[in-house]
Write a protein that binds this ligand. Structure first.
Ligand SMILES: *Cc1c(COP(=O)(O)O)cnc(C)c1O
Length: 405
């Protein structure tokens, strides 16, 4: 596919690398940070009548060439939910939830895993590796299990128990790094180079951004080929937001939209290095994350410069949310929207109110909230306010129970 170029975004020069050479380029780390470009045009988007399902329907805007896809798990086509009770509760009549809890392992990471593993399979890779606070690891472990590739995964010692069990159940080799996530990340890169593993780390592997951008294409299709006014996106390291903006940017480049939606980044109060840099205009300073939202607890975000660029270019902004407001958002999403989210997955919804207060969004706009991860893998954060009512098995006690306030 001659139309694909491979460009360095953090260096001035522009390097072209063919898809077939990508594997070698990644292995040597020769290219630094990179971003894909295409020869954009309307013909790269699927026809409105296309019946191909899932993420691969956008294959003209993915660097996968013409070979058939062999990745076995279903990826993409997550629902864009019209939550009418939440619309009433928030006073936003055109509110939408992009439900990325509905994926093989319940987070938006499964898109990236799919594209990376498709690439790995084609290159005869035996072992893939990554560092992760939880969801990437669970996603890679399960995806690797489905493809028969071995996975070596570096997690911080405080990794959530349910996520850890999922990785182990899927047969991954899990290395719990006592020094925490930053150290796990450094070590995983070094180990991948030393032992010749295929590195899935987001921010290192450009395929992850390519895959995650398809969520923007889906939103555009699901809104009947228009883009929303604003999208609220949780920000940890940042690729989730950057990928979303890249997707919308490519829709503009393909002539499908005349503008970008405003990207509103949502960070946890206890881990807001990117928001700080946005507010102060100073370089990003790393912090020690203190938040229940493990999915966005990234104290030293290596993709921050891209996120800042993308939020600026989209005309968006940043807000922060407290742990309590994320836990409350989990309850509200469950009780009023029918969606179970983990704290990071509920962060963008929690960000609606502060974003409105900051004047970043308006109630009469079309607003999409990115719900990035399921609560089912984080049972410790499902904290209902009322206990169950214990009864003896008699109708009288049922009657008493339903009468008591
Ligand atoms: C990974 C993740 C995010 C955002 O992560 P980035 O590092 O900013 O791409 C948000 N929510 C959940 C549930 C996640 O797993």
């Amino acid at each position: 596919m001659g139309k694909i170029a491979y460009a360095s975004v953090l260096r001035e020069d522009f390097t072209q690398v063919r898809y077939d050479d990508l594997y070698q380029a990644l292995a040597t780390g020769a290219l630094g940070r990179i971003e894909y470009c295409y020869a954009y045009g309307p013909e790269l988007l699927p026809a409105a009548t296309s019946t191909t399902s899932g993420m691969w329907r956008f294959r003209n805007l993915l660097p996968i060439g013409d070979l058939p896809i062999t990745y076995p798990l279903a990826i993409g086509d997550t629902p864009l939910v019209a939550p009418y009770r939440l619309r009433e509760a928030t006073g936003i009549p055109d509110l939408w939830l992009k439900d990325e809890t509905r994926t093989p392992t319940g987070s938006n990471k499964d898109r990236a895993t799919a594209l990376v593993l498709e690439h790995a399979m084609r290159n005869g890779v035996q072992t893939v590796s990554c560092a992760s606070t939880g969801n990437v690891a669970a996603s890679l472990a399960v995806g690797a299990a489905a493809t028969g590739i071995a996975a070596t995964i570096f997690v911080p010692a405080e990794v959530s128990e349910a996520k850890l069990k999922l990785m182990l159940l899927a047969g991954a080799t899990v290395l719990k790094v006592r020094e925490g996530y930053e150290a796990a990340f450094e070590l995983s890169q070094e180990a991948a180079r030393t032992f010749g593993w295929y590195d899935r780390n987001t921010g290192v592997n450009p395929l992850t951004l390519e895959a995650k951008k398809t969520v923007a294409f889906e939103i555009w299709e699901q809104l009947r080929r228009r883009v929303p006014d604003a999208v609220l996106i949780p920000v940890g390291d940042g690729p989730t937001l950057s990928a979303m903006v890249k997707g919308f940017r490519e829709l503009v480049a393909c002539g499908a939209s005349d503008r970008l939606p405003r990207a509103i980044g949502v960070q946890a109060e206890g881990c807001q290095p990117v928001k700080r840099a946005w507010d102060t205009g100073k370089p990003v300073r790393s912090v020690r994350p203190e938040t229940v939202a493990d999915g966005i607890a990234v104290g030293a975000p290596i993709s921050a410069s891209l996120v800042l660029r993308d939020v600026r270019e989209s005309g968006g902004g940043f807000v922060t949310v407290s742990d309590e407001s994320m836990l409350q958002a989990i309850r509200t999403l469950a009780a009023t929207g029918g969606i179970l989210a983990e704290p990071a997955g509920a962060a963008a919804f929690a960000g609606l109110e502060p974003a409105m207060e900051a004047g970043l969004i308006d109630q009469d706009e079309t607003i999409v909230v990115h719900v990035t991860g399921t609560g089912l893998k984080s049972p410790q954060y499902l904290q209902p306010k009322v206990p169950p009512i214990e009864i003896n098995a008699t109708l009288e006690e049922v009657e008493q129970a339903i009468e008591s306030p």
